[in-house]
Design a protein around this ligand. Structure first.
Ligand code: PMP
Length: 408
């Protein structure tokens, strides 16, 4: 790639934060942030401090350390609520987006839907926004419809408008596609769903690390994401749900913390969010997630978005120079570029790139129906984070040139 293009990028994408990330050695192009983000020292330090200095259980202890940890845990909940424009009591800590979506499928759809009702998904959904709905639909006799994509690989909201009926009780869509980076017009999706009386769940896994999200401004009903894709720890994620929806839902799991009063004759439950947090929670995970939110908000989500869209633009330009490369997704994708190299299996691309210290993901990305729609078994995917820069794009382009040389 030429020097002019690199200069344009460094002007448009001035973030230079790789030194915050101790697990990224010099010269390693980590381009798999859509799978999981590397962790900044600020998050690692918050986790270490919590275990090494302030650790105790929450919600139970009568001693000061536990009371302090409870305050920190609930402060993390408020931090998450502020980050996405919700209220603290609407924030349920879960293991990740997968658990969040399963929780809604089980406790909302499983109790509110009846035989003959319909659920609307899209072609590009991650398996974790498909399979939970299939499980519940099968159980209650509901049906699933699938919104197709536009020619430039976005969820086709015009098609969705034509497909929605009064039988549709729920629309569940990715806010940003983990394969294509396509950004949903979430406000329009909410309006379309609500016009037919359906609720909207957004899978925000790939959105929250890449753009400012305001669930109230969108008008969403449920919003799910994972901490580990947001520079936070694994094992912690968030289900945000409107108060009146959470209030009406039965518990997901039974155990400690989620109860009001237990007797063998009858047990009553705590109000949300505690109702959905059975057992000792991932205390330090919540604190680590709050530290991750401090980190990205310290940079600014708008700056992160500009940085990653500039990287996408430059990566697409660089890959377009290579004849045998086929690009997927829209030009303005958010931080994610999927591609294929003619005659080369994506796994071979990944292996050859790894030899050149470039880490990408190759496979179906837990989106097999999307692979079917694209007519490929798998894609290669480069996804960006705040630590990536022009050198990583250059390394990617050099690696792909090497792939084409090796495969002739
Ligand atoms: N949805 C999307 C769009 C994702 O990218 C992912 C993770 N690849 C998930 C859901 C599932 O997230 P987790 O595995 O952290 O539960």
């Amino acid at each position: 790639m030429n020097g002019t293009a690199l200069r344009t990028l460094s002007e448009a994408a001035p973030l230079d934060l790789v030194s915050d990330f101790p697990a990224i050695p010099t010269g390693w192009a980590y381009l798999d942030t859509a799978a999981t983000a590397q962790k900044p020292a600020q998050v690692i330090d918050a986790i270490t401090r919590a275990y090494a200095e302030t650790y105790a259980t929450v919600h139970r202890g009568v001693y000061q350390r536990s009371a302090d940890m409870t305050l920190a845990y609930e402060a993390a909940r408020r931090r998450v609520a502020g980050f996405i424009g919700g209220q603290p009591e609407e924030v349920v800590f879960v293991r990740g987006a997968t658990e969040a979506i399963n929780l809604v499928a089980e406790c909302w759809a499983g109790t509110q839907l009846k035989a003959g009702d319909r659920i609307l998904l899209s072609t590009l959904e991650h398996h974790s926004n498909i399979v939970p709905w299939q499980l519940v639909a099968e159980r209650i006799g509901a049906h699933i419809d699938v919104v197709p994509l536009t020619a430039d690989h976005r969820i086709d909201l015009d098609a969705m408008a034509a497909m929605l009926t009064e039988q549709h009780k729920l629309v569940a869509l990715a806010h940003v596609s983990n394969v294509l980076g396509s950004v949903l017009d979430a406000r329009r999706a909410a309006d379309l769903a609500h016009r037919q009386g359906a609720k909207l769940l957004l899978d925000g896994c790939q959105a929250v690390p890449r753009m400012a999200v305001d669930v109230a401004a969108i008008g969403a009903d449920f919003y799910a994401f994972s901490g580990h894709k947001l520079y936070g720890p694994t094992g912690i994620g968030v289900l945000w749900g409107r108060t009146e929806l959470l209030d009406a839902m039965p518990p997901y799991q039974g155990g400690g913390s989620m109860i009001d009063r237990v007797t063998f004759a009858r047990t009553t439950y705590a109000p949300p969010p505690a109702r959905f947090e059975a057992g000792t929670p991932h205390i330090v995970g919540a604190l680590g997630l709050a530290a991750a939110i401090d980190y990205v908000e310290g940079i600014g989500l708008d700056r992160i978005h500009a940085h990653e869209t500039a990287l996408v633009r430059e990566a697409r330009e660089a890959l377009k120079q290579i004849n045998s490369v086929r690009l997927f997704g829209p030009e303005d994708s958010a931080g994610i570029v999927s591609f294929a190299v003619e005659g080369v299996h994506p796994h071979d691309i990944g292996t050859i790139l790894d030899e050149g210290n470039v880490a990408i993901r190759a496979g179906h990305h837990c989106a097999q129906p999307l692979m079917d729609a694209l007519g490929v078994p798998a894609t290669a995917r480069a996804s960006f984070g705040v630590y990536n820069g022009p050198a990583d794009i250059e390394a990617l382009a050099r690696g792909i040139e090497r792939v084409t040389r090796i495969f002739g």
